[in-house]
Each structure stands twice: as structure tokens, then as C-alpha cells.
Design a protein around this ligand. Structure first.
Ligand code: AMP
Length: 214
């Protein structure tokens, strides 16, 4: 099965994509993770993407389309995959169609902007092992220290409140029109995301139910 996870940044699509990916035994392809990795290892693409990412802007379509095309050609994508964070613009969706991807369905996780702002600006990440926390909903035992590896907890630059607001603005302008694009193809499934402290399991159950009822 080939599934796209759509939704605002911070709507929980990454977490949901990982869980579905395990239950269906297909890889998750996250363009955000791929770009962060390129940034860490200092590749040319990473250097190009850095400024856009930190400002809360989208990386240019041609750059992202290129990395997705290469990734989808790998062997582990033969039996399907989940796309998390791609496409994010109409030209990206058109490029995916032009690659002959033949997507089965698009799951859109809906969460209110104010919930997202609270969730993302409170998010902390361990700079050593990558484990994520939230200052209110999921704090570490000792403030600023990772429970798992004692690494320092930091705030991603793109999780700063002004950047989050910018990312939401970009989402509404560039990405939300994709709902109409996929609705017209009869592929859109809308799911209510967890509101504040609601459970990840409840959203997952809604997604699996929607997938099974297709
Ligand atoms: P994410 O972790 O998915 O929210 O992605 C983090 C950042 O990476 C975004 O704010 C963008 O700057 C960039 N990015 C990730 N995926 C895309 C995409 N499909 N198109 C353009 N930029 C992207």
C-alpha cells in the first residue's frame, strides 16, 4: 500500500506514520528527516536547505522532488511506503503523479492551530539520541536532561514560536490545497487528530479503521 500522511507540521503525522509503517511492514519516508540528516552530515543539499528550514519556509520543490525520486527507486519501496511530509505543494503532488507513484490513499490529520503552537513550542529533543519530550505533556525527569541517555535537551530552531507560526502560515497557503487535489482523485481520508493530551492510540485506531474501510 502507498499512503501519504498530510497535515500541519506538528499534527502528529510523523508518529502516526511510524506506527502504521510498523503494522504494515513498509518504510516511512520523511522528507523532513532526510533533510535534517543531510544538514547534519553537511552535504550540498543540506547546506542549500538550512536557511529555508530554519526560517520555517519550504525547501524549493526541485530539491525535494529529486531526493524523493531517488528514495522511491530503492528496493524497500517495492511493496509500498508511507510518505510523511511530502508532497507539501501542488507541484510536488503533480511530480509524484508524473513518477507513476499511483498512491492508494491520503490520510489528513486535522488539528487546530492553537494546539499545534502549544505542542511544537514545548517540544524538546535530545541532541544525543533524538528522543523527544514536551515541557508540559511529557517532561523529562530532570529538566533539560534526557531520561534515556543523559544528553542535553534542546529546542529545534524550527520549533521556536515565531518559526512555528510561520510554518503554519506556509502550511495553510501551500499545503492545505492538496486536500482538494486528492479529494478530486477520491483518495482523501480525513481523521481528527489528538487534541492536546488525547491519546496517540485513539488517533491510530481511527486511521486503521479508515484504512480497513476503504
Ligand atoms: P518536517 O519535519 O516534516 O516538518 O520538515 C521540516 C522542514 O523541512 C520544513 O519546515 C521544510 O523546511 C523542509 N521540508 C520537509 N519536507 C518538505 C517538502 N516536502 N517540501 C519542502 N520543504 C520540506
Amino acid at each position: 500500500m502507498k499512503i501519504i500522511f498530510l497535515g500541519a507540521p506538528g499534527a502528529g503525522k510523523g508518529t502516526q506514520a511510524e506506527i502504521v509503517s510498523k503494522s504494515l511492514n513498509i518504510p516511512t519516508i520523511s522528507t523532513g528527516d532526510m533533510i535534517r540528516e543531510a544538514l547534519k552530515t553537511g552535504t550540498e543539499m543540506g547546506k542549500k536547505a538550512k536557511a529555508y528550514m530554519e526560517a520555517g519556509d519550504l525547501v524549493p520543490d526541485q530539491v525535494v522532488i529529486g531526493i524523493v525520486k531517488e528514495r522511491l527507486a530503492l528496493d524497500d519501496c517495492k511493496n509500498g511506503y508511507i510518505l510523511d511530509g511530502f508532497p507539501r505543494t501542488i507541484p510536488q503532488a503533480e511530480a509524484l503523479d508524473a513518477m507513476g507513484a499511483d498512491i492508494d490513499c491520503v490520510i489528513d490529520i486535522e488539528v487546530k492551530d492553537e494546539v499545534i503552537i502549544n505542542r511544537m513550542s514545548g517540544r524538546r529533543v535530545c541532541e544525543k539520541c533524538g528522543k523527544t519530550y514536551h515541557t508540559e505533556n511529557n517532561p523529562s525527569k530532570i529538566e533539560g536532561v534526557c531520561d534515556a541517555c543523559t544528553g542535553a535537551l534542546i529546542q529545534r530552531k524550527d520549533d521556536h514560536i515565531d518559526t512555528v507560526k510561520k510554518r503554519l502560515e506556509t502550511y495553510h497557503k501551500e499545503t492545505e490545497p492538496l486536500k482538494g487535489y486528492y479529494e478530486a482523485q477520491g483518495k482523501l481520508i480525513e481523521v481528527e487528530g489528538k487534541d492536546g493530551k488525547g491519546s496517540i492510540e485513539a488517533t491510530h485506531a481511527l486511521i486503521m479503521e479508515a484504512l480497513n474501510n476503504r
